[in-house]
Design a protein around this ligand. Sequence first.
Ligand code: NAP
Length: 266
Amino acid sequence: MKYAIQSRNDKVSNQLMDEAIDYLKGFDFTYDNEEPDIVLSIGGDGTLLHAFHKYSHRLKETAFVGIHTGHLGFYADWQPAEIEKLVISLARKEYDVIEYPLLDVTINYREEKESTRYLALNESSVKSPEVTLVMDVELNGKHFERFRGDGLCMSTPSGSTAYNKALGGAIVHPSLLTMQLTEMASINNRVFRTVGSPLILPAHHICVLKPVRGPDFMVTVDHLQLLHKDVKSIEYQVSKQKVRFARFRPFPFWRRVKDSFIENGG
Ligand code: NAP
């Protein structure tokens, strides 16, 4: 089996990476940074986001495993002390593969420039670089609302515990093929009106954001942030692709939510 390791690059994560490489030498594993079957991400959820984007061109062939060297994560849910157990399970192929939904992001431009496409594991957000964001929100080709405020965020179910949660979005179980639109500080008064609640959209729906003011936008895709100029529209849809995680033991999603946000009661 071919594997690669993505480390957060701090001392503890790099030490654990060396340990994992040592353990794996004892089994039939080859280090392959280009075409790994398994990617061990050592660090936090942020590290797994980096690993995901590095291998997002081969999601069908690659499964991810996250080991946390800080606090418990949603993607990084293995403890460093479990590394030996994890390597043995990998070698014996004693694991299941679970899949989580992803978000397709397409940015279309006014001029004859080719559209840019991204795949998000957590979310994509849109802000205006200088002024209040003003965009029309279209759902399935029909005008829904004119948004005025700081920005909009479309998250995946597994990203619902990240930025989405801080914006007041709902936590969504990653078995649900959905995407969720949340507002950032919308202006709501007698003149301007938005729905004011997060929207959870099913897989066959498409959400398009169209600029009303300013053609330039700051668009994030997970940890990536880029200024896109001359934007005509930004399209969001639940992707047909999925991310695959190797699961060696049950660790229910709601247990992870409880341990992360309420109490780590064991
Ligand atoms: P960062 O600022 O270093 O990390 C932001 C925090 O989000 C970290 O604590 C990270 O956990 C956590 N996180 C990432 N994915 C998560 C998930 N699916 N569920 C729960 N927590 C999660 O930035 P980064 O490492 O480049 O990560 C980018 C992500 O930061 C974005 O995708 C966005 O979701 C998140 N973010 C959150 C806020 C907010 O909550 N107000 C604002 C901006 C961005 P680890 O410590 O385990 O890495």
